[in-house]
Design a protein around this ligand. Structure first.
Ligand code: NAD
Length: 360
């Protein structure tokens, strides 16, 4: 039976970079004989313009029936006056919650050719390849009770609840162990178990889950040390797993080690391995429609989709190699350009990846 991909380009540079990812998909579909059907839909501002809402029930139904969603980016100044409940980002949030996409996979990969773009010394980051697995639907961002109350003495007090159920920890740990098994075989679980009971439970459950993954070497690190180690010696990490808030902070920190937001893909998965794949960056309205956007994060998101939701690791490897080959040739979009490199537009960069794929 053919696999179904729903393609949601969104707003701003979304449609431009999506067009390049679809060129790449066409090539791997033929080269690897993949039986994939692609459908298309609107999301974000584009959906508001046509249908009045950032995600229609029809598009949501197609998303639920698909094996994977390739998402561009949403938002832009045109929709900034929309009421909060109808903003473009709500389309993205609704997809995440309706599909129960609890596992956020954020690779921080620094192609050696771009080591100079990092704020760290090139020798510390060249060849960096970390995967951060962040729990996305629980923890302190969603815990109840929450709010701001006024105490008897008139002082205001803000409060949130950091809560994780065992089952929530178990399912994210499984995703992380599986990912580590497919990569370098090392998993570091990040917590604050010396201070927070909820993360002491986190550590216990991760250790229990490790019994099923003998090939994976498990370690633990307190979050403050993990932040320090990420900027001191980031290449020591293979896969890191952590809760929603720690993951939010650490994944942005790791992303910035790579120096270019235009190169970073991400995935959000549910228990059925259904996933939504998207670049880390936004819709870049400042360069939309100018053929300047870097399409590589979108193309690398497609590679993740093939690997994690469709089980097509060889096709994913080929795409990642083609991206590396393109960089080897000195081709760069404006965001990653350096002295001596050859500046390409969005479409030309997509064509260069296609050419490398066809000749590999
Ligand atoms: P942004 O990521 O869109 O842009 C930040 C800067 O990075 C800009 O200078 C932009 O030109 C540049 N940039 C981003 N992607 C690039 C690429 N592929 N190639 C070259 N340069 C690139 O963040 P922002 O400016 O804070 O937000 C713009 C809009 O995007 C807002 O409406 C915001 O809400 C939305 N947004 C959407 C998502 C998403 O869809 N997941 C994520 C973040 C922001």
């Amino acid at each position: 039976m053919s696999k179904q991909i729903l393609c949601l380009p969104g707003d701003g540079i979304g449609p431009e970079i999506m067009a390049e990812a679809l060129k790449v998909l066409d090539v791997v579909r033929q080269t690897f004989g993949l039986d994939i059907e692609v459908s298309h839909g609107l999301v974000g501002g584009a959906a508001i313009d046509q249908d009045g809402v950032p995600l229609t029930d029809d598009v949501l139904a197609v998303a639920k029936a698909s094996d994977a969603i390739l998402f561009g980016s949403v938002g832009g100044p045109k929709w900034d006056d929309q009421p909060m409940a109808n903003r473009p980002e709500k389309g993205l949030l609704k997809l995440r919650s309706e599909l129960d996409l609890f596992a956020n996979l954020r690779p921080a990969i620094l192609f050696p050719q771009l080591a100079a773009a990092s704020s760290l010394k090139p020798e510390l980051v060249a060849g960096l390849d970390i995967l951060i697995v962040r729990e996305l639907t629980g923890g302190i961002y969603f815990g109840e009770p929450r709010g701001v109350r006024t105490l008897e003495n008139g002082e205001r007090e803000g409060y949130n609840t950091y809560v994780y159920q065992e089952s929530e920890i178990r399912r994210i740990a499984k995703v992380a162990f599986e990912a580590a098994q497919k990569r370098g075989g090392r998993l570091c679980s990040v917590d604050k178990s010396n201070v927070l009971e909820v993360t002491a439970l986190w550590r216990d459950v991760v250790i229990e889950e490790s019994a099923a993954y003998h090939a994976v070497e498990l370690s633990h690190m307190y979050v403050d040390n993990a932040a320090m180690q990420l900027v001191r010696a980031p290449k020591q990490f293979d896969v890191m797993v952590t809760g929603n808030m720690f993951g939010d902070i650490l994944s942005d920190c790791a992303a910035m080690l790579t120096g270019s937001i235009g190169m970073l893909p991400s995935a959000s998965l549910n228990e059925k391995n259904q996933g939504m794949y998207e670049p880390v960056h936004g819709s870049a309205p400042d360069i939309a429609g100018e053929n300047k956007a870097n399409p590589l994060a979108q193309i690398l998101s497609l590679a993740m989709l093939l690997r994690y939701s469709l089980g097509e690791g060889a096709a994913a490897d080929a795409i990642e190699k083609a991206v590396s080959d393109v960089l080897d040739k000195g081709y760069r979009t404006g965001d990653i350009a350096s002295e001596g490199s050859q500046l390409l537009g969005t479409a030309e960069m997509g064509d260069a990846v296609v050419e490398c794929l066809q000749h590999s």
